[in-house]
Design a protein around this ligand. Structure first.
Ligand code: DON
Length: 306
């Protein structure tokens, strides 16, 4: 693909997804997210050669929510190595991302690191690395983003905390199974802050570049080893969009991670990272226009991992 082609493809996609804008629902259960206009749409392709293409609201920051769980997983792999897999699985859940039922059946071992229970366990492991555990997360996000200006949105974190009865239940349930070592409130606070991370499509694309380059950020810093990158991409492919993982692999054909803020990141290893933001969600919590945009991207460019 030449430079011209990527830009033309993005402009075609922007035109073709217009009928989907305004459809779906924003994540009303997190009050600050309920106010985000449904008609926003931004998309970016950031290549491994650091060429950046964009359309729409690509520089507007939004709440990346569960997309940030890719950073916490990467950090936990760096800190813990394979030991992390004794406390969390790596199989698709096939259930909602906040399911309590599955956690009970599986005796407190979350199915994967991206469902809420799994992300809580990952954060617990990170926090056990000392009082500075939370700083380590922000440091990793800033290393990946090659930017000191990205960070948490405390209004969103606090808004989610106030209505977080399901996540609270998950944390206490994990504690009762012995799979949470720290105080549940401490882990939950770290979790809400992580989910509140605010980035634009442009910032998100550059911060995920390490997953397309074998571990290096867009400024050449080592964020992860090639082996860790392979593993994170694999978990994204199988678990990154929850109970839509099969449909995503079929339609998009790339490892991807979504968030209820309406963002989605997809990685084409060796080629590019694509990010898209559109706040209208499907019933399963993934961006409606975002999914269509990524399907159009891999169809039009004929680039997917398959
Ligand atoms: O815990 C929650 O429900 C949110 N902070 C994050 C959920 C999320 O982004 C799931 N993604 N599609």
């Amino acid at each position: 693909m030449s430079r011209m082609d990527y830009q033309r493809v993005l402009e075609e996609i922007r035109d073709e997804i217009q009928p989907l804008l305004g459809r779906g629902r924003v994540a009303e259960y997190i009050p600050p997210l309920a106010a985000v206009p449904l008609d926003r749409f931004g998309m970016v392709v950031h290549t491994v050669g650091n060429d950046v293409f964009q359309v729409g609201d690509a520089s507007e920051r939004f709440s990346i929510q569960s997309i940030a769980k890719v950073f916490s997983l990467t950090l936990a792999m760096r800190l813990e190595g394979d030991a992390i897999w004794q406390r969390v699985g790596r199989e698709p859940s096939g259930t909602a991302f906040n399911s309590l039922v599955q956690l009970e059946i599986e005796h407190g071992i979350p199915r994967n690191p991206f469902i809420n229970a799994g992300a809580l366990v990952i954060l617990d492991a990170i926090l056990s690395h000392g009082r500075d555990g939370e700083d380590l997360i922000l440091d990793l996000i800033r290393l990946a983003a090659s930017s000191q200006s990205v960070g948490y949105n405390f209004v969103v974190a606090e808004g989610e905390r106030e209505t977080s009865h399901t996540n609270r239940a998950l944390a206490h349930f994990l504690k009762s199974f012995g799979n949470l070592h720290n105080d549940p409130d401490r882990v939950l606070d770290a979790y809400f802050r992580l989910c509140s991370t605010s980035m634009s499509c442009l910032e998100l694309a550059s911060s995920f570049l390490y997953l397309a380059t074998g571990g290096r950020s867009c400024t050449g810093e080592e964020v992860a080893t090639p082996r860790q990158v392979k593993r994170v991409n694999a978990v994204m492919l199988t678990c990154g969009v929850y109970d839509e993982a099969g449909d995503y692999a079929y339609r998009v054909g790339l490892p991807a991670k979504s968030g209820v803020g309406g963002g989605v990141v997809a990685v084409m290893p060796g080629k590019f990272v694509a990010t898209v933001w559109s706040p209208g969600l499907s019933d399963r919590g993934n961006s409606l226009a975002g999914t269509m945009a990524l399907e159009l991207l891999t169809t039009k460019t004929k680039l997917s991992i398959f």
